[in-house]
Write a protein that binds this ligand. Structure first.
Ligand code: NDP
Length: 320
């Protein structure tokens, strides 16, 4: 029924640094943004402990605390932050339709997608245990590598991300052991060569993780298995990094937006614009390369500015 359909000028989907930054800018531009937090309010940062590389926090801050501050800043300018998530969209017409929990229908003049991506984990109970404890399991070497300075770490994966992260860790840690489940890398040759040529990276091919070992609080090592010989052995380590890919949270948009082969939304280079007018993307939903809070926030700002300009052009079209 039409009276139940809410009309919104700017709808922001997602509550990580991209979504909240878009909200701050959109709110200050009188776009009355409504932000749906999604299934993981605060996004991926709520699964990290200390964030030390976000400018403006000279003493560091925990990921969850930082996201509360982002939310408070967005609410200070009257962003309507709502609990709940968008389950369906229809971007086929001039009005962009979205549904909350398949029920509530909203018609939006602009939509900013900030749904992020989720790191893939192995799913081992021991991995999940130390991840939840913040005790040495991480899916982001750039975020957490510093905490393992002069220590020994293990990284799982053999794609470009794993190679990049292993190389990054090798500059901080005394030793990096890389567990590759097949007898070959998936990464590009140049990235593979870089890790192979780094002295303190040891590559173990055909090797899988059996268990992440710990003392109940923090990681102390990894039990690994050679999947050819069946040999089981332990590797001492204080950090366990998982770099086996990310899953962009973009499934609900696939019928309307151009996605790349791995599901990331394709934006028009140098902008936050998607292939649908009035629909913008920010943060990790369109970024498989940088994936940092600060870059997500930057693209959130871009999306709000692009949305504002789109609305301004619609309201006062320039005569040709
Ligand atoms: P990929 O999907 O390319 O690689 C995932 C890696 O993890 C593979 O080696 C895979 O092994 C391994 N893996 C998956 N599941 C498991 C498991 N359960 N146990 C052990 N190992 C597992 O993901 P990336 O994140 O590395 O890259 C994603 C995309 O981003 C790629 O297109 C990549 O090129 C790009 N990228 C580009 C960068 C750059 O240009 N600087 C930097 C980082 C990423 P297997 O091969 O056996 O399947």
């Amino acid at each position: 029924m039409s009276e139940q359909i809410e009309k919104v000028k700017c709808l922001i989907i997602g509550s990580g640094p991209a979504g909240y930054t878009a909200a701050i800018y959109a709110a200050r531009a009188n776009m009355n943004p409504v932000l749906y937090q999604g299934t993981q309010p605060g996004g991926q940062l709520t699964t990290t402990t200390e964030v030390e590389n976000y400018p403006g926090y000279p003493n560091g801050i925990t990921g969850p605390e930082m996201m509360i501050e982002f939310q408070q800043q967005a609410e200070r300018f009257d962003t309507d932050v709502r609990d709940g998530w968008i389950t369906k969209v229809d971007f086929s017409g001039p009005v962009h339709k979205v549904w909350v929990h398949d029920e509530k229908e909203i018609h939006c003049e602009t939509v900013i997608i900030s749904t992020g991506a989720s790191a893939r984990y192995l799913g081992l109970p021991s991995e999940q245990k130390y991840l939840k404890l913040g005790g040495g399991v991480s899916a982001c070497a750039v975020c957490d590598g510093f905490f393992y300075k002069n220590q020994e770490v293990v990284i799982v994966g053999a794609g470009d991300s794993a190679c990049e992260e292993a190389h990054y860790l090798s500059k901080l840690c005394t030793k990096v052991t890389m567990l590759v489940r097949r007898d070959q890398f998936r990464a590009s040759k140049i990235m593979e060569a870089r890790v192979r040529n780094t002295k303190n990276i040891e590559i173990l091919l055909n090797t899988e993780t059996e268990e992440v070992l710990g003392d109940g609080q923090v990681v102390t090592g990894v039990k690994a298995r050679n999947n050819i010989t069946g040999e089981i052995f332990e590797i001492p380590a204080t950090g366990f990094f998982v770099a086996i890919g990310h899953i962009p949270n973009t499934a609900i948009f696939k019928d309307y937006l151009e996605l790349d082969e791995t599901g990331y939304i394709i934006n028009i280079p140098g902008t936050s614009k998607t292939n649908v007018e009035g629909v913008f993307v920010s943060g990790d939903a369109a970024d498989h390369v940088y994936r940092q809070a600060v870059t997500a926030a930057g693209t959130g700002c871009m999306a709000a500015l692009d949305a504002e300009r789109y609305l301004a052009a619609k309201e006062s079209p320039v005569e040709a």
